[in-house]
Design a protein around this ligand. Structure first.
Ligand code: FUB
Length: 466
């Protein structure tokens, strides 16, 4: 629930992003009075700080599981995990937090790096937390009937615990599932088909320099392997992509002919870049292309404890090796277009400035904390021969404001203006509509919010009509 205006505070990530945009807009206006150029869309999320990406492809959509760095953090102060999804790699829908420390009655702190997988219609999310009873890291497993949760503790106790973190899970083509994890060691265990128990005991993978590279100047940890393993199979080759060396970390990888090795070190995937001393890999194929997820400190106010998840598209070399991938502010190209003629959640966003999201009383999430000048970019909306009307589901405990609909840039042509009046509450939802003119072809759409002082209104969802 929203708190009253007087006590509502804008997260630092958003405030800082807003400042960045204002500065960018001023610079752009000084240099070029024409519509502002489309801005970069990496990192993926601007409304909060996110870390430790774990992508999952399910039914033609990418679900992205992340951690959440608290605003102003000076340590890995993380209390919940978050879920986002996209079908085009640039417009990401916020699904909120279906899993947090309270889900595990036995957990004390540290909602750190995990991974979710699907098996037989259920979704299993493996996460490290501090076990309250021992004060040491343990791996818990949560289960849900949908990729966006809600997730519940599958066991009521840790799945495995040996004081190490960062689980990754992989189901081989023969159906055998493996859980890998570890810092400073690297472990695996064979999961049973129920995905919440295992056979045998945890096995330590030998960390040899042949398998995991040589760490310069360290006798204590002679190999590059640090943490954050991400294991998958491509063709008949098994890959282990991991956070290497500390600190700062880079991303490196090893390959093996079987899920249990022997591993051979293959080199760097992503060099040390991007103002965060940790990094964390996630690799998927989606719509025929390959994508590499990672995190950095690229948002305003970002750094080692205020990280942001980002993505790059890449192509494997012909011999199956991974090329070096660099962090960019452009991110992945859009894989498809967005249909503006069906209901789109307001929290489906390519780039947001100044807003944040919250649970909607109508279900799902809504965009809130909207102030004069804030905006949401939705990339590549396919208007075709043209839209004639725009309708949005809105709520306002104040006197509302205006949704300016622009295309091509935040200062691009206005194609419509929708007036929002007070609805008597931040969760009292009502439709507003306005005529549209000039929205044709495939265009970047900007919902630009204008009005008086303070918070203006909330938006739950919107659609265009012909
Ligand atoms: O996010 C907390 C910890 O930082 C993760 O578990 C590690 O992989 C590193 O990213």
């Amino acid at each position: 629930m929203k708190t009253p205006n007087a006590t509502r505070r804008r997260p630092a990530a958003i405030a800082a992003a807003l400042v960045g945009v204002v500065v960018a807009a001023l610079l752009s206006a000084a240099a070029d009075p024409s519509p502002a150029p489309a801005r970069a869309d990496n990192p993926i999320v601007q409304t909060i700080y996110t870390a430790d990406p774990a992508p999952l492809v399910h039914n033609g959509r990418v679900y992205l599981y992340t951690g959440h760095d608290e605003d102003g953090s000076t340590w890995f102060t993380m209390k919940e995990w978050r879920v986002w999804s996209s079908d085009d790699m640039v417009n990401w829908t916020d699904h909120g937090s279906p899993l947090n420390l309270d889900t595990f009655s036995w957990a004390r702190q540290d909602a750190w790096a995990g991974q979710a997988v699907e098996r037989n219609g259920k979704f299993y999310w493996y996460v490290p937390v501090i076990n309250d009873a021992t004060g040491r890291p343990a791996i818990g497993v949560a289960v849900a009937d949908s990729p966006t949760g809600p997730f519940r503790d599958a066991l009521g106790r840790p799945l495995v615990q040996n004081g190490e973190i960062d689980p990754t899970v992989f189901i081989d083509t023969d159906g055998q599932a493996y859980l890998y994890w570890g810092n400073p060691n690297l472990w695996y265990v064979k999961l049973n088909a129920d995905m919440i128990s295992y056979s045998g005991s945890a096995t330590k993978i030998p960390l040899t320099t042949q398998g995991f590279g040589t760490r310069p100047g360290s006798t204590e940890r002679p190999t590059l392997y640090e943490e954050g393993p991400w294991v998958y199979k491509r063709g008949s080759l098994y890959y282990n992509v991991f956070a290497a060396q500390c600190c700062s970390e880079h991303i490196a990888y090893s390959t093996a002919p079987s899920p249990t090795g022997p591993w051979t070190y293959r080199g760097t995937v992503m060099p040390t870049q991007g103002s965060s001393f940790t990094n964390h890999p996630g690799v998927i194929d989606f719509k025929g292309s390959s994508y590499f997820f990672y995190h950095n400190g690229a948002l305003p106010g970002g750094g080692g404890f205020t990280r942001s998840v980002a993505v790059e598209k890449f192509t494997y070399n012909a011999d199956g090796t991974i090329p070096q991938i660099n962090m960019t502010t452009a991110g992945a190209p859009q894989a498809g277009t967005l249909n503006p003629f069906v209901r789109q959640e307001a929290e489906t966003i390519a780039w947001a400035t100044g807003v944040e999201t919250e649970r909607s009383s109508a279900g799902g999430m809504n965009v809130g904390w909207i102030e004069n000048g804030d905006s949401i970019k939705v990339k590549g909306a396919a208007f075709g021969t043209g839209a004639r009307q725009f309708t949005a589901r809105v709520a306002s405990a104040t006197s509302g404001g205006t949704i300016e609909l622009r295309v091509d840039g935040p200062n691009g042509p206005v194609v419509g203006r929708c007036t929002v009046t007070g609805t008597g509450g931040w969760q009292n939802w009502a439709d507003v509509s306005c005529p549209i003119s000039g929205a044709t072809g495939t265009r970047d759409l900007y919902l630009k919010f204008t009005g008086g002082g303070g918070y203006l209104f909330n938006v739950d969802y919107w659609r265009f009509a012909v």
